[in-house]
Ligand binder design. Structure first.
Ligand SMILES: Nc1nc2c(ncn2[C@@H]2O[C@H](COP(=O)(O)OP(=O)(O)OP(=O)(O)O)[C@@H](O)[C@H]2O)c(=O)[nH]1
Ligand SMILES: [Mg+2]
Length: 267
């Protein structure tokens, strides 16, 4: 299907434009070590053949103990602000953040959940259908790291096994010295590997790593969305030139109106 959304909405800001695959925080706990988009995804983007991916919202759920900095992290990304005063999240809240990835519009719907026990049953009702689960802890409070295992278990219970990208994020990096941070990180990286999650340290106060982290989240989710969209289509294999002289394989939907490969235009 050739996409028809390309002119919808205003262009995204420069810092939400992703052209190359964003890197991990540490290779010791990362979901993918590769530095490029999957070749099928690059080809689909070049041909603007990403189906409905640009129209959908990918659901990201942020969980973790109260006061660890979930809301602050999201507000730093979406509003570029930091509030020193604590205002507990009641139940859930969400923000939508728009990106442009390899030329394709892509949006994350980021769900901010309450860490307080009394709101847990409200918040957990929103875990379902997550493509990404971000489990947050406070780098200055090791107990909150220990609790991430339970948060993740609860969020995963509402989702299909293996269907979500998992991230473990330590916040308030600005409050620790380099050495102290490294010590907690070592522990967190160990747990991240056990949980099959990717690890990041961030600071909502200074903004350190916040954009880089969400760019990574967006790129991984986007790549998966495009691959799933390509796989879903009833198709036959066809070989067409990619304009650089090489022959590449692309998916051709088996519909009457699609006799020519999608995304190649009519001339
Ligand atoms: N120094 C520093 N303080 C932070 C940082 N992130 C959050 N805080 C502070 O930590 C407190 C709690 O932050 P929130 O973002 O409200 O925490 P939360 O996880 O959303 O809490 P609940 O909504 O109750 O689950 C606030 O006073 C923030 O100002 C950070 O990166 N550095
Ligand atoms: Mg909150």
């Amino acid at each position: 299907m050739k996409s028809s959304w390309t002119h919808l909405g205003p262009p995204v800001s420069q810092d939400r434009t992703i052209t190359s695959f964003p890197k991990w925080y540490t290779p010791d706990a990362c979901l993918q070590l590769k530095e490029h988009f999957h070749s099928k995804v690059s080809t689909a983007c070049q041909h603007r053949n990403t189906g409905t991916v640009g129209l959908k919202l990918s659901k990201v759920v942020v969980v973790g103990d109260l006061y660890v900095g979930k809301t602050s992290l999201i507000h730093r990304l979406c509003k570029n602000v930091f509030d020193r005063d604590y205002k507990a999240t009641i139940g859930v809240d969400f923000e939508i953040e728009r990106f442009e990835i390899a030329g394709i519009p892509y949006s994350l719907q980021i769900w901010d959940t309450a860490g307080q026990e009394k709101f847990k049953c409200i918040a957990s009702a929103y875990y379902r259908g997550a493509q990404v689960i971000i489990t947050v802890f406070d780098l200055t409070d090791v107990q909150t790291l220990e609790h991430t295992r339970q948060w993740l278990e609860d969020a995963l219970r509402e989702n299909e096994a293996g269907s979500c990208f998992l991230f473990l994020v330590g916040t308030k990096k600005d409050l620790l010295s380099g050495a102290a941070c490294e010590q907690v990180e070592a522990e967190a990286v160990h747990l991240a590997n056990e949980l099959r999650a990717e690890y990041w340290s961030v600071s909502a106060k200074t903004g350190e790593n916040v954009k880089a982290f969400f760019s990574r989240v967006a790129a991984l989710a986007f790549e998966q969305s495009v691959l799933q969209d390509l796989e879903k289509r009833p198709s036959t294999q066809s070989q067409v030139g990619d304009g650089d002289g090489d022959l590449i394989r692309i998916e051709v939907p088996k519909t009457q109106e699609n006799k020519r490969p999608p995304g190649l235009g009519c001339c």
